[in-house]
Design a protein around this ligand. Sequence first.
Ligand SMILES: NC(=O)c1ccc[n+]([C@@H]2O[C@H](COP(=O)([O-])OP(=O)(O)OC[C@H]3O[C@@H](n4cnc5c(N)ncnc54)[C@H](OP(=O)(O)O)[C@@H]3O)[C@@H](O)[C@H]2O)c1
Length: 225
Amino acid sequence: MPLPLKGKVAFITGASRGIGQACAIALAQAGVHCILSARTQGGLMQTDDVIQSYGGNATLLPLDLSSYNPSQQIDLIGPSIASEFNRLDIFIHAAFQYVPLTPVTHITDSTWDKNIQANLSSSWRFIRTLSPLLYATVNANAVFFQPMASIQPFWSPVTSIQSALGAMLQSWQQEIMQLYSLQIHYLSLPPTNTLLRQSFFPAENKHKLNTPEQTAKEILAKIFP
Ligand SMILES: NC(=O)c1ccc[n+]([C@@H]2O[C@H](COP(=O)([O-])OP(=O)(O)OC[C@H]3O[C@@H](n4cnc5c(N)ncnc54)[C@H](OP(=O)(O)O)[C@@H]3O)[C@@H](O)[C@H]2O)c1
């Protein structure tokens, strides 16, 4: 089997299940060494098992993005990957912590803080710690996903993240334009049968949704056209 991406290194969050897991497996099948992150060690090991069954290998990095003070852990990731691999070709930020849908006036302190920490601040911290390595690696890609929401009642915890992340990524894109070969992607995704989707839309007909593998294929086709 040809390995078109052999020698490349990817860091994937949300790699314990769903779309992140499917992206990691697809990248590993193409020869990429994947650094896999999520909270659940068992899920990461499952992803690793599949990767190993294809003859690939991965590095596991259990991490809770909503924990009280994740800054130290996240801030160390860029330098750690630099010293271990000296390159980062692909960053896919697929982690997203489910947040209950609720009227703006009913969002609790704990829900607000965890949502911002896990689903927004983590992106900024990853950008800060990974950017030196992403800039130094020729034709690197940083991939973020638009959450699955349009502005409507009760969805403000999700739509707030979507708007803020989109604005931050646009600024970042403009700051680095013409300076580096890094491509920044903020992708909207087709409805995909995952735990997150089931949590937001429990009554939905799952058979009409993409599988995570189908969506991962579409994502990789956008990154490597
Ligand atoms: N599914 C869709 O239809 C759809 C549509 C549009 C966009 N998206 C986007 O696609 C991305 C992936 O979502 P998915 O549907 O694949 O969801 P998923 O199957 O529920 O996966 C979410 C991933 O995030 C990780 N995660 C959750 N909270 C975390 C935390 N606090 N710290 C670290 N990792 C955490 C989970 O692992 P652990 O629980 O092990 O930590 C899991 O690996 C998200 O950005 C989502 O907004 C999905």
